[in-house]
Design a protein. Structure first.
Length: 50
């Protein structure tokens, strides 16, 4: 079984907007530090869209 790339998981999180699936959040948390940079980048992109 192939592991979903962390960027794809974070993209799903962003697409969920207000209420992401708790299981998705847990998968990202389980990846540890690998999930930090994609989330920071996503936050920066969201801030620029306002």
């Amino acid at each position: 079984m192939t592991e979903t790339p962390i960027q794809e998981l974070v993209d799903q999180l962003v697409a969920a907007e207000e209420w992401p699936d708790p299981n998705l959040l847990q998968v990202i948390l389980d990846r540890g530090e690998a999930g930090i940079e994609p989330q920071v980048a996503a936050k920066g992109q969201a801030a620029q869209s306002f």
